[in-house]
Design a binder for this molecule. Sequence first.
Ligand code: 13P
Length: 336
Amino acid sequence: MSQAELLATIKAIAVPGKGILAADESDKTIAKRFKSINLESTEESRRAYREMLFTTPEFGQYVSGVILYEETLYQKHKDGTPFPELLAKQGAIPGIKVDKGLVDLPNCPGEQITQGLDGLTDRLKKYKEQGARFAKWREVYHIGDVIPSSLAIKANAEMLAFYAAACQEQGIVPIVEPEVLIDGSHTLARCFAVTEAVLHAVFKALYKHKILLEGMILKPSMVISGNQCAKQADVQEVAEQTLTVLRRYVPAAVPTINFLSGGQSSEVATAHLNAMNKDKNNPWNLSFSYGRALQDHALKAWGGKPENVAVAQHALHKRLKLNGLASVGKYDSSME
Ligand code: 13P
């Protein structure tokens, strides 16, 4: 492992005012997103969509890293420039989703685990040759009356740690993503308790697997009310509870925390990030690694039509700019 290589990548990503664009939707997920605009998902429509995103003016002013799906890592701009090269020109580092998605976790009804460790080291070597400097692996935790179970919490944490170790060995910065899902009628307090158990287990596993904390990125969910909960916590509560749990369980050695949006609306995700950055006592850089909260408006504006590229890019630019401001606590809802 080259520590210097990991630290150089972190330094380029954890820049105040910038964050990560998650554009690593799997074929199944992007097909679902395209269905919402009545567009068929083909290799070419996926390529055209990602080209629209990555050629947005001033992209690199707000985006320091982009998470790609494997197919996209090997695709090109229509002028022939490979996407990783295009992103580098824009000032953003290419990253790659390396997990292979979710499967049911045996003996744990309603719970899941992520697969993809087989052959991971070989794949990491190939992705690095192609320009990827960081990677992403996501584990999910469903909240129910009796889940997540301690077995699922432990098993998922182990997977994240195995993956992170494989990445660091290859000089690739791992994004460690434990996502406590928004789905359900649970309260904010219940989400807090689950997030607490999850982060505690994740950092214990990362310690056991000798992960260099200075050379990783944490991508957590925020502490929020379930999407079916009658009482929705306000922005301030979410910010306070999220910071409380992070301060208790995430060592200050972790350089940057880049949140997922996880089903929050674009505007709410920005407001939450901003509220957390109003507090100047955070030991880590706090930014975004949003997928939907950055792309939703742009996807709709694009609608799969070449003539809409400029207006779609305008919509993405707005979200990038506002989240860039939120990452330094300088956003205000009047800017919407
Ligand atoms: P969302 O922001 O849409 O949750 O996507 C982030 C991500 O990368 C999920 O793995």
